[in-house]
Design a binder for this molecule. Sequence first.
Ligand code: ADP
Ligand code: GN1
Ligand code: MG
Length: 371
Amino acid sequence: MDRDKISDGNLAAILGGFCFEGEYSGYERYGCGHINDTFLFSFKKDGEACVNYIVQRVNGGIFKDVPSLMKNFELVTDFLKRKAEAEGIDASRGVLTLIYTKNGESFVESGGEFFRAFVFIDRATSYQTVGDPSHFFQAGRAFGRFAALLDDFDAAKLFESIPDFHDTGKRYQNFLNALAADKAGRAKDAKEEIEFTAARRDITDRVTRLLSSGEIPLRVTHNDTKLNNVMIDDQSGEALAVIDLDTVMPGSLLYDFGDSIRFGCNSAAEDERDLSKVGFDIGLFKKYAEGYLGEVKRLIKKSERDLLYFAPILMTFECGMRFLTDYLDGDVYFKTKYDSHNLDRAKNQYKLVLEMEGRSADMKGIIDSIK
Ligand code: ADP
Ligand code: GN1
Ligand code: MG
């Protein structure tokens, strides 16, 4: 399948199914997500450009039960919209807006593929790296607000779209299984990374143990809090909607905080091959922590706060281990552009882990200094 294209039959089903406004004028491949295929659909009204839409082909290899996944989207966006309106926030830009079909469904199934559609948030950007530090502060606020708004959302209503998503211990077991199978015959090319992974086995269950014992609370979390999963207003520089709700599930606030730091505080892109460019920007850590803690201070427990310094290390290690596992499996999960793409990503993340480990005490100090 050419993932940059939509077949004619599916295009007709999308255009005939969703309640779009205006006259369709074309689509193009859009964005840099690793999971779904995203398209920008343009529309015109009386010959003039009007509201555009994002259409996504959901990754059916990863998400096996799309109707249940989309029910999560419906529940969460509905809940957020009501809260935003009660707080006087412009929900059309502040909350991801689903487009429903003429039959009231939030997806179209056609030719064995699933599609969903959203209002395109225009005059806003989803950044791939932090250029302006204030954007990162804004992202911290947005993900913090997301956690705070969902604090009273009933987690039992949510379908677990990817079970054990941030169970780092289980991810470690998956890594060991992939290594034992060595399906793609690549283990010989990843010796250093394999050793690096095994040497950190002890940290893998640190958060899950505390969740199981109840020492840290299970919350409704986003679980994929990369900077490029929040829209930033081009004019005001303020964060708008949090997007990419595929992994909104019960989890720990530590996962959300840690994953944002993993992505945003890397001085290089996630797949930069020149490892001398990969560094940990502690100034950005402070910015994000200020934005995030400002929004969650009402709900965060001391036991969670005490581990905010460790969360980025765990999430960066977990992500590196996932890239490495996918490399060993023969690139079956993440989109890759070349043969060793996943290995390069793993190397990059592990370099960042080393940098973060060296700055643990500084991270701790910064968290303690934020009131
Ligand atoms: P993936 O799960 O593949 O990462 P995302 O839902 O994050 O998919 O979408 C990929 C990209 O598409 C985003 O990073 C963003 O640039 C763009 N995007 C997604 N939804 C919207 C939206 N409603 N408005 C504007 N851009 C969007
Ligand atoms: C994927 O969907 P996207 O590109 O925002 C992945 C995250 C990883 C991330 C690494 C559902 O995020 O868990 O941390 O790539 N999402 C899923 O860049 O697996
Ligand atoms: Mg995304």
